[in-house]
Write a protein that binds this ligand. Structure first.
Ligand code: PMP
Length: 443
């Protein structure tokens, strides 16, 4: 199929000239963990279509749930009205998320749900009479979305620098990352200096701080940076001690990606605010939620003249089709015991990464459950990265595409994150393609 109109679409992140030259592969169909282009070529969906797909494409139960909902109503506003799937989903979400999260605010994608969390935290302290608490602490490699508020709390220079004049300033603390850590130099063991850095900030500025925001256990877009064990629970302890809210962004880590349903479960952490999106509908439709405690919600109750309302609401908030897909997604998790089935798949990734770690230009391999990152370096012994212009991560991903695997880099970290439903044979096959691609590009 020759698509004449390709030139009209402005693709995200189009700074690469080769993409602008209309060379994009066009996807026409998908099935299971494969996406298929207009030429009929099949590719493993090695990043779950940007970390959203959970049980594979065209999962019969989700298809059916959407079709059934279409026969009733596709969308009606939630401003002033309720709807059945959104109400049912909210109840289920409260049931399965960490204890204490009791209210669900719907929005449309990860960025808007983070934006909602920031605005709620800000307004909450105003309502509590502590209006000086209006600053946010975030990690210096954080990515929380593309809107102005979420870029503000982000730290990745590439996304940040262009928009600097428009952004508010968070207090940044170092991202926990054992491979890149410069805080514990001179020590053989990790003394979690990253936690000390947080404590210092909280000690000195807690009267001005509304919340700490972070991705629990692993920072995805930062390059699969895995936190040291105990980091998350320590952050929870400190935020409580200094009367600061803890916002966890589980947009990427939620829905089984880390081997548990939610990453917070690894350290039994109960946050004040939690954000979910991406896999919430199984990768079918855009939907996001911001969950809060009753304590936070109650601060927003009041008549209009009291100005306690949460001033935020989207056109497609609580969309029925998306909520119906999300309910079906959850049912599959339960019916197919998806989480229990992950351990063996996680192990297969771990085994293969041990092999990849031996390669000459692989500086580090990192894994958190079903999420893996392979960091390419020019000089392994001295941890010297490739130059920016070499775009080795991108080259490996393009090579893998030739061999039928679609993956994405973040800088020189190649990210692997297949649908949870992928079989062990497929996981091994994908990682073998990945290894072959690294070998060919770096030799
Ligand atoms: N938070 C995190 C941790 C993310 O990984 C992302 C998306 N990569 C977002 C927020 C933003 O989500 P969306 O792209 O759906 O706006």
């Amino acid at each position: 199929i020759e698509l004449q109109n390709k030139k009209y679409v402005w693709h995200p992140f189009t700074q690469m000239k080769s993409w602008v030259n209309n060379e994009q592969t066009v996807i026409a169909e998908a099935k299971g963990n494969k996406i298929i282009d207009t030429e009929g070529k099949e590719y493993f969906d090695g990043v779950s279509s940007l970390w959203v797909n959970i049980h594979g494409h065209r999962k019969a139960e989700i298809d059916q749930a959407i079709i059934e909902q279409l026969g009733k109503v596709a969308h009606s506003t939630m401003i002033g009205l309720a709807n059945i799937p959104a109400t049912q989903l909210a109840e289920k979400l409260v049931e399965i998320t960490p204890s204490g999260l009791n209210k669900v605010f719907y929005s449309d994608d990860g960025s808007t749900a983070v934006e909602v969390a920031i605005k709620i935290a800000f307004q909450y302290w105003q309502h509590c009479g502590l209006s000086k608490k209006n600053r946010f602490v975030s990690l210096n490699q954080a990515y929380h979305g593309d809107t102005i508020g979420t870029v503000s709390v982000g730290g990745i220079d590439l996304f940040h620098r262009v928009f600097k004049p428009l952004l508010f300033e968070p207090i940044q603390i170092p991202s926990p990352s054992c491979y890149h850590c410069t805080l514990s130099v001179g020590s053989d063991t990790c003394g979690m200096a990253c936690v000390e850095a947080l404590e210092k900030v909280l000690q000195e500025n807690n009267e001005e701080i509304a919340a700490v925001i972070l991705e629990p256990m692993v920072q995805a877009t930062a390059g699969i940076l895995v936190s040291p064990p105990g980091y998350l629970s320590k952050v929870r302890e400190l935020t409580k001690k200094y009367n600061v809210l803890l916002i966890v962004d589980e947009v990427a880590t939620g829905w089984g990606r880390t081997g548990k349903m939610f990453a917070c479960e690894h350290e039994n952490v109960n946050p004040d605010i939690m954000i979910l999106s991406k896999g919430i509908t199984g990768g079918y439709l855009p939907l996001a939620v911001t969950l809060t405690t009753n304590e936070i919600y109650d601060q927003f109750l009041g008549e209009l003249h009291e100005k306690k309302t949460f001033y935020h609401g989207h056109s497609y908030t609580g969309n029925q089709l998306a909520c119906a897909a999300a309910l079906a997604n959850l049912k599959i998790f339960r019916d197919e015991n998806v989480i229990d089935g992950l351990a063996i798949k996680v192990k297969s990734i771990e085994d293969k990464l041990l092999d990849i770690q031996q390669m000459k230009h692989v500086g580090d391999t990192r894994q958190c459950g079903m999420i893996a990152g392979i960091e390419l370096v020019k000089d392994k012994d001295n941890k010297i990265p490739y130059s920016w212009e070499q775009t080795m991560g991108g080259a490996v991903c393009m090579k893998a595409r030739q061999y039928g695997l679609f993956i994405r880099p973040v800088g020189d970290v190649v990210v692997f994150m297949p649908p949870l439903s992928s079989s062990i044979e497929d996981i091994v096959c994908m990682l073998e393609i990945l290894k072959k691609s690294v070998e060919e590009v770096t030799s």
